[in-house]
Design a binder for this molecule. Structure first.
Ligand code: SAH
Length: 274
């Protein structure tokens, strides 16, 4: 079996318990050396074979994994964050499938979660934004025109922008061209959850200048949106005047108003009585 494992965003103890077990049991590990914390490899057995995919091609990675599989080895392909984002795992899974080799995926904590934690941010604030756009600037990998930064910026939803730290001037221009006011709050989170993490808050028009001042050129996420500002509405879920499936509103008159408005209370009342 070959397991694609999410290594988490950086801190060694942010791999999942399941991912850690796979690493401890592995006979062979291929890790993405450009971003995976090498400290994680100390969880591997002394006799585990270890390869750094940063210096390998897709073909070389596949050769190592398929040869290992045929020798009956337990193999871990260790990707940074969660492998489902910019992980280039589909091409590996398809190649394994073609050869009839079974695989599975063990999810990880993505850096976009690590960055939110570093910022103390909630990406989905009532009254501000209820959506998160995860995207990147076009680089050597093109981005479909319909998914341009400006097209997404028109929604003014929260944006988390990967792989774009080297293009911040263009990024600001695109965000503003799309509709974000220049003074919209933004942040650059460098190496979220690593010991050298930096959290830089600024505005959309000041991304490049802020990164330059702090010497940040790579391994960062850009977060944009009014969720980084001061205003928002409190949640309905924990509002005393709202009835939910699990909790009745505190005031009976409000409860009956809810029943009229949503038709939900009847159901909740019934469930509460059970
Ligand atoms: N699968 C990974 C993303 C891989 S793409 C994940 O889920 O996080 C690599 C890009 O992710 C980097 O260029 C950077 O933009 C971002 N990144 C990865 N780890 C990061 C971290 N600890 N802090 C900030 N950005 C990070």
């Amino acid at each position: 079996m070959i397991t694609f494992v999410g290594a988490g965003p950086g801190a060694e103890d942010l791999i999942t318990v399941r991912g850690q077990r796979f690493l401890q049991d592995a006979d062979l590990v291929v890790y993405a050396g450009s971003l995976v914390n090498p400290g994680l490899l100390s969880m591997c057995r002394k006799d585990c074979e270890i390869y750094n995919s940063a210096v390998m091609t897709l073909e070389e990675v596949l050769d190592v994994m398929t040869a290992g599989y045929r020798e009956g080895k337990r193999i871990v392909r260790l990707h940074t964050g969660d492998p489902c984002l910019y992980g280039a795992i589909r091409e590996q899974m398809d190649a394994l499938e073609d050869q009839g080799i079974p695989y599975e995926v063990c999810p990880g904590v993505s850096s976009f979660s690590g960055a939110a934690a570093a910022l103390g941010a909630e990406y989905t604030l009532p009254g501000i934004s209820q959506s998160v756009v995860i995207t990147r600037m076009a680089g050597r990998t093109p981005v479909p025109e319909k998914e341009s930064i400006a097209a997404f910026a028109a929604h003014q939803a929260t944006m988390v922008i990967f792989l774009s730290t080297g293009m911040l001037k263009k990024l600001s221009e695109e965000l503003i061209r799309g509709g974000y006011p220049a003074d919209t709050p933004a942040a650059i989170v460098y190496k979220a959850t690593w010991p050298e993490e930096k959290v830089l808050r600024c505005t959309v028009d000041a991304l490049e200048e802020t990164a330059r001042r702090e010497g940040v050129t790579r391994t960062a996420l850009i977060i944009v949106g009014r969720i980084l500002g001061e205003e928002y509405e409190r949640s309905k879920l924990y509002d005393p005047s709202y009835t939910t499936v699990f909790r009745k509103a505190s005031h009976p008159e409000i409860r009956s108003r809810d029943a009229e408005n949503t038709g939900e209370s009847k159901k909740s009342d019934k469930e509460d009585k059970q």
